[in-house]
Write a protein that binds this ligand. Structure first.
Ligand SMILES: NC(=O)c1ccc[n+]([C@@H]2O[C@H](COP(=O)([O-])OP(=O)(O)OC[C@H]3O[C@@H](n4cnc5c(N)ncnc54)[C@H](O)[C@@H]3O)[C@@H](O)[C@H]2O)c1
Length: 311
């Protein structure tokens, strides 16, 4: 065998090995499923879009104009996954329907809706809370979840699919200066639990993931709505004494969206480092082991690029 042919063989084997590796990478828990992730290009949404794609799902990544949606789609494709963009406002009928038609036109079906898009525009006592911010909250956190669910349900009936919606720890407990945000998350929780009861007969499951403080734009004093003291207190309110990572939330979303959770519906999964289970500020007691942040498996590039508001 000549050196040239040997080299060519080695090259072909190398490519085949790479292809095998790529196949293994995407042959996961969501193999063959089609998912929409609203607000899917930053923070928890970016982690969910990428984790879903890594686990074999075909993903519709939604976001508003100006969000890094195309970048996330490109990063998923580069990693060997499958994704398309749906750049639209889910708080409108047209935008919500566009997410579903994108899934159908690109992949022919819809199995999973992750209703993740949300805003957290301001902290203020109710007498000072601007009506404009209240309307923004209702637009995305309530209408966005309602309209995408309404658009997705007929397709989820066909696939016995599921919905995972993002509530919040503050949808379960009081949140001074955040009453309006907290109320939208309480609405999500009640809505999804009722859907679980109503839609089970069609084989559709619906669950809530309720995060505590997560390391995204929303809890960054430098950029987001929270000030330094608010963020510090939120972290000390967790028993683990730290913020969660977007991927730690995405892991739970993925479990609920997968067939492993086939008997789970109407559940509220807190991913809050123990904050709703605790009183006071247990984070002051948390040691180094509790505070250790796991490394994660997906490459997040837009973790802190969320916007907090519609503007
Ligand atoms: N970060 C936290 O600590 C935390 C805690 C509890 C709950 N949550 C919830 O988790 C979800 C994700 O939050 P995050 O922390 O990743 O924030 P984020 O700001 O990074 O992500 C939200 C995304 O939704 C997009 N979006 C907003 N309105 C939209 C609309 N009308 N149509 C389409 N896209 C829209 C935003 O542009 C952004 O990309 C939200 O529902 C949030 O309320 C977050």
């Amino acid at each position: 065998m000549t050196d040239g042919i040997k080299e060519l063989r080695q090259e072909v084997h190398g490519v085949l090995r790479q292809m095998d590796g790529a196949k293994q990478d995407v042959a996961g828990m969501l193999k063959g499923k089609v998912a929409i992730v609203t607000g899917g290009s930053t923070g928890i949404g970016e982690a969910t879009s990428k984790l879903f794609a890594k686990q074999g799902a075909n993903v519709v990544v939604n976001g508003l104009p100006g969000d890094p949606v195309d970048a996330v789609v490109g990063e998923i494709l580069d990693a060997g996954g499958i994704a398309v963009a749906a750049i639209c406002d889910v708080g409108t009928v047209v935008g919500a329907e566009r997410c579903v038609t994108t899934a159908l036109e690109s992949f022919g079906q819809l199995d999973i809706l992750v209703a993740n898009a949300g805003v957290f525009p301001e902290l203020a006592e109710i007498q000072d809370f601007p009506l404009e911010r209240f309307n923004e909250l209702m637009h995305t956190n309530v209408e966005g979840v309602y309209l995408t669910t309404r658009a997705a349900i007929p397709e989820l009936h066909k696939t016995n699919g599921c919905i995972v919606a993002l509530g919040s720890e503050v949808g379960l407990v009081g949140f001074a200066q955040g009453a309006s945000y907290s109320a939208t998350k309480g609405w999500v929780t009640a809505f999804i639990r009722s859907l679980a009861a109503e839609q089970a007969k069609y084989g559709v499951r619906a669950n809530v993931v309720a995060p505590g403080p997560i390391d995204t734009e929303m809890t960054r004093p430098s950029k987001g709505t929270m000030g330094v003291v608010d963020a510090f207190m939120a972290v000390k309110g967790t028993a683990l004494g730290r913020r969660g990572t977007p991927e730690e939330v995405a892991n739970v979303i993925m479990f609920l969206a997968s067939d492993l959770a086939s008997f789970v519906t109407g559940a509220i999964y807190t991913v809050d480092g123990g904050s709703t289970a605790s009183q006071g500020l247990p984070g002051f007691e948390a040691g180094r082991d509790a505070k250790r942040v796991p490394k994660g498996t997906v490459d997040l590039k837009h973790q802190h690029e969320g916007r907090g508001t519609l503007r």
